[in-house]
Design a protein. Sequence first.
Lengths: 521, 245
Amino acid sequence: MGKLTLDAADVRRARTLARQVGRPIVKTAQRHTTVSVERATLRLAGLSGADAEGTPWVNRLSDVVRADVGLEHGVSAPVWDALLRGEAEDLVTLAQKASAGSVTFRLPEGRDLTRARTAARKAVGKGITQIDRRRVERERMIAKVGDAPRKPWIYLIVATGDIYEDIPQAQAAAREGADVIAVIRSTGQSLLDFVPEGATREGFAGTYATQENFRLMRAALDETSRELGRYVRLTNYASGLCMPEIAALAGLERLDMMLNDSMYGILFRDINPIRTFVDQRFSRQVHARAGIIINTGEDNYLTTADAVEAAHTVTTSQLLNEYFAKEAGLEDWQLGLGHAFEIDPAVPDSFRLELAHALLARQLFPKAPLKWMPPTRHMTGDVFRGYLLDGFFNLVGALTDQGILLVGMMTEAVVTPWISDRDLALQNVRYVMDSAGKLHEDFHPAPGGFINLRAREVLGESIGLLEDIKAHDNGLLDAIADGTFGLMKRPADKGRGLEGVARKAADYYNPATEILEGDPA
Amino acid sequence: MSIVRPYGDTTGDGMVQLSFTLPIKHSKVAEGAAAQLANKMGMDPALVVHAKPMGDGFTFFVVYGRVNHLVDTDQVEVVERDYPLLTPKEANAAIKRSLRRRMVVVGGCIGTDAHTVGIDAILNIKGFAGEKGLEYYREVKVVNLGAQVSVPQLVDAAITEKADAVLVSQVVTQRDAHLLNTREMSAAFRESYPAAKRPLLVVGGPRFDETMADELGVDRVFSRGTTPGEVASYLVHRLTTRKAS
């Protein structure tokens, strides 16, 4: 039983509208493929590595296949047809020969097609089996060394640009109390149409997401997990132009959580909407299979719009993210729906408003481990006031049973966190959780009181917004085009990565999709 | 009196507070080392009021003490406001009088920076610190390109819109990205425009130093806490006096 007196009919109405708005997007996603979905498929089949210039073999191979026969059939049939024809003994050799121009791809037919598909399915199936093994490995390790001792899980960020600097920092953060380590990516990686290769030491305000970096960090945190007697989770970002590939790599290397929002790339990175929704669906299918918890990015809406006026856009996006996630096979426990403490502290009753918004999210998604994000906009450089604000943020987290708490730094907007900032921030979290962690047992907002009324108001505005989106000729795509979210206008025929989208032909074949949709784990 | 010293609770007491971390294990020696550092920084007496071990081999200190330094406000160099502060009404009237058309302002966040907080505070009608943004000014046409605008896109938009001024905000500062981006931007405008026709270039962000305008190749740098009214007043001052001269 929730703490708010929401009208059950309103909640049902909101979910129904989210489904009605989301359904056409799913249909569009099903009708298209992208270069990154195809490359992710090749990665699942075991193709990795890059040429001397650092261009990954998956890019080389898929580019040649696309030039020869187009993208609309999927790369799987032409690639495994070439292997069966004896053009090369394995995928890497085939990619090398293809980029040297000594292989021509064709669309196999009849028995050749059947054989190519069977071979492709077998190869990709191995990658998915590997993801399944990784999931079991995680479950066993948690059973053996123990899980995070309590909720919310404490989430800390590491971002040096150098994986070999990140590792000791991440291990230190875990020892200081972090349950989840997120390695921030290099600025601009989301706009790269390839995944860099190998261990990297040069990043820009973050560290590149690569398969090798994933492997190194997970191995280091495994060591620390055993040392501490609790499993330390690792987070990265399945977003940007290579979302499906990064999701596949995360599954293969046992990452535990991935940032993965349905609209963030469109709104904040100007990535083409169709590209995003297609990539999104595939990456979420992979996350579902891998037992990865996704974190959505609703906090971002509040960094560009007023947190009171735009509160309902957060709720609306959470409802859409939930719909898209479940459609892709994710379960409630995997939905780290995002929201943030970003109301101007000068607004009267700002703390009560924050409580109302956080409780609304809690009650709408009772089984989801909500991701609670700290204040950033109103951190002014006055570190003393900022420390108090973070304390109130933590208190809302405790009162509303948030699942994942990103630790706020009093030096937000001043410096990248110092060792002392992190220590003080963790003391803040511990003090609030130890002193008020169970306060939610005593906390029951008055029916008809300020908090209840505000929560109902936001839900009502969210329903209004969903109705408005539904009333657009082209639904959600038109709403995104006219600036409904985050005030940014993103038409469906514009944005980065559009050239990497293809409408599927009747004979489109992708073994990864077939396996992910066909036989659940 | 231009000579001042810090104020704790009594005029002239010179009291300051300081916090820092030393990469040593907490011990009496560590606390002595903290006091020594404070002494060398001019704090005497220095009182180590808090010492806390952090992780392995680090100690965090809070120190209170008296500094013996005097500061002379006459010797402080700052960029003072060299233009009159106008109300939106006055700004509109000045534009009408001297430009005889609307002033065109193109703005955005360049590079990979997705933080539009700064540019939105100045441009959006909602504004900042109780002042309405430039969109509120009847005689100002605002074209806000939003986040992650490339420099060529910005130059194109400035040319197409016949911009009088270009406003760029930068929040992300890791590895001096804000400075690199600004230099790239000002160079591109110098290349694309004859000197006399170039729009006014203004950058802003929390980590900019207001004295760096020349070095960055822009007309003006605005730092933390700048309000839309200040930006509007500056633009009006520069554009209307440039017209008159």
